[in-house]
Design a protein around this ligand. Structure first.
Ligand SMILES: NC(=O)c1ccc[n+]([C@@H]2O[C@H](COP(=O)([O-])OP(=O)(O)OC[C@H]3O[C@@H](n4cnc5c(N)ncnc54)[C@H](O)[C@@H]3O)[C@@H](O)[C@H]2O)c1
Length: 250
């Protein structure tokens, strides 16, 4: 894709699942990549596994904590020189009935998925503005940011918030040449999804609810991240791209 070669890319939640596939994709595009994840061992393993594919390093971070995010952004800048692309991808989810959700569970999901996205997005955008060379930010929303799936009240609220965070960032950062967009994937087969659902449930869901009759792969989401971050998307700004095999089409 145009305009990606040589770029410095920070990927939050890059140690497994969609974020890891995205690290692979940006390395294939000739970018320099810096990842973070919640678990130091997992980050180290991913960096070691992908280092033969290009320039990659990373650090453990909890995106919900200001201090941890400040350390992340400083470490990423030290490694990349300049963060030109931010993939704001880290997130958590679990199923829980609305009537059973504790305030603690509500706070944790909102803290990682929404506060974390804000903290990383703001810290990186401040550096992009200071450098004066623009940039691209892609935030991770979900189809759950567009419709309310049962048993995901806290997750849905965080992903709906991620979409409006994206649109508002776009209105304020466009003047600095920083494009901001979001992805809204449907069901993607990742470690997170495998922890929540058993395979027979997934097949039945795909058959009944997804016109393409299958769930998505992390690589298909990584391709969309790369597109929105590239110069091929140079006039796409403040929107959410749905990647769901047609799930929301009916
Ligand atoms: N899998 C899906 O079906 C699906 C669909 C739509 C959106 N999403 C979103 O895509 C993103 C990635 O999901 P995935 O399925 O690849 O999940 P995953 O659990 O496989 O990977 C999540 C990544 O986020 C990191 N992470 C978790 N908590 C963190 C924290 N507090 N600080 C820093 N990093 C943290 C993990 O270390 C890991 O690298 C999430 O935001 C998720 O909500 C997933």
């Amino acid at each position: 894709m145009r305009g990606l070669k040589g770029r410095g890319v920070l990927i939050s939640g890059g140690s497994r699942g969609i974020g890891k596939a995205t690290a692979v994709r940006f390395l294939e595009e000739g970018c320099r990549v810096f990842i973070c994840g919640i678990d130091q061992t997992e980050v180290d393993q991913t960096v070691a596994e992908l280092s033969s594919a290009g320039d990659i390093s990373g650090v453990a971070c909890d995106v919900s904590l200001e201090e941890s995010v400040a350390h992340l952004v400083a470490a990423a800048e030290q490694s990349l020189g300049q963060i030109e692309i931010l993939i704001n991808n880290a997130g958590i989810a679990w199923q829980e009935d609305f009537l059973d959700i504790t305030a603690e569970h509500w706070d944790r999901i909102l803290a990682v998925n929404l506060r974390g996205m804000f903290l990383v997005g703001q810290a990186v955008a401040r550096r992009m503005v200071a450098h004066g060379k623009g940039g691209a930010i892609v935030n991770m929303s979900s189809t759950n940011g567009l419709v309310g799936e049962a048993q995901y009240t806290h997750y849905n609220a965080s992903k709906g918030g991620a979409l409006l965070l994206t649109k508002t960032m776009a209105t304020e950062l466009g003047m600095h040449g920083i494009r901001v967009n979001a992805l809204c994937p449907g069901y993607i087969l990742t470690p997170l999804a495998q922890e929540i659902y058993d395979p027979s449930e997934v097949a039945a869901f795909a058959n009944q609810s997804i016109p393409l009759k299958r769930v998505g792969t992390p690589e298909e989401v990584a391709a969309a991240y790369a597109f929105l971050a590239s110069d091929d998307a140079s006039f796409i700004h403040g929107t959410g791209l749905v990647i769901d095999g047609g799930q929301l089409a009916f």
